[in-house]
Write a protein that binds this ligand. Structure first.
Ligand SMILES: N[C@@H](CCC(=O)N[C@@H](CS)C(=O)NCC(=O)O)C(=O)O
Length: 216
């Protein structure tokens, strides 16, 4: 008999991309069994977890013995499995989603990681060089959202969910999107998703205890 898909995620606040996978499953009405892996305790490096995912990362899913890691690949798999337009079947629409997800992993996320992580995780001041890269990535995102309501067209896709979870690292007390009206409008739309609160509450409680030293 088929079992519920297991999602291995970081415990505590879901800072990591597990939140994006969780939001995707919610959008698909797919039940998940959430299994918390405590990275601070090194639970990802136990022989048991490495048997599941030799790359020892979260998020990872186990769909009845089919194991896959990397949040964007997981989101594609889940939406594909349900035949859902969150990851469209049409070749051109899908290429657009893939292109935005590549922008996310190749540009937005690296800029965010270098800019925000040292401040959020280690209370270090922002580095002006990294701030420049972050601004450029946000300028790019603003441009994309000037072309359509969502990141890859007029319908929400997994690209919106993935990038939204990254953007959300920036709503710390001193950061605002006043110069980015399209991004702000898109954030407001994403925050109205019926599963937004349940999947983001812990993260929001945590991130609002953080302060970026300097805003945009
Ligand atoms: N690109 C990956 C990132 C996965 C990743 O690096 N996860 C981190 C936590 S945010 C992790 O599991 N680190 C533990 C380790 O590498 O041992 C994704 O989107 O899933």
């Amino acid at each position: 008999m088929s079992q519920t898909v297991k999602l291995y995620v970081m415990s505590r606040t879901q800072q990591c991309a597990g939140r994006a996978v969780w939001m995707t499953a919610k959008a698909l009405n797919m039940p998940l069994e959430i299994v918390a892996i405590d990275l601070e305790k090194g639970e990802q490096n136990t022989p048991e977890y490495k048997k599941i995912n030799p790359l020892h990362t979260v998020p990872t899913i186990d769909d009845n013995g089919f194991i896959i890691c990397e949040s964007r690949a997981i989101m594609k798999y889940l939406a594909n499995k349900c035949g859902d337009p969150l990851y469209p079947k049409d070749a051109k629409k899908r290429a657009l989603v893939d292109s935005r997800l590549d922008f996310d992993i190749g540009k937005f996320w690296p800029a965010l990681k270098e800019y925000a992580y040292p401040q959020v995780m280690h209370n270090k001041p922002s580095n002006p060089e990294r701030e420049k890269d972050m601004k450029e990535a946000l300028d790019n995102l603003e441009l994309l959202l000037s072309q359509s309501k969502y990141i890859a067209g007029d319908q929400m896709t997994i690209a919106d969910i993935s990038i939204f979870c990254n953007v959300s690292f920036l709503w710390m007390s001193k950061y605002n999107f006043a110069n980015y009206p399209k991004i702000q409008a898109w954030i407001d739309v994403m925050k109205k998703l019926p599963y937004y609160k349940e999947t983001n509450q812990d993260f929001n409680d945590w991130i609002h205890t953080k302060t970026l030293i300097k805003g945009q």
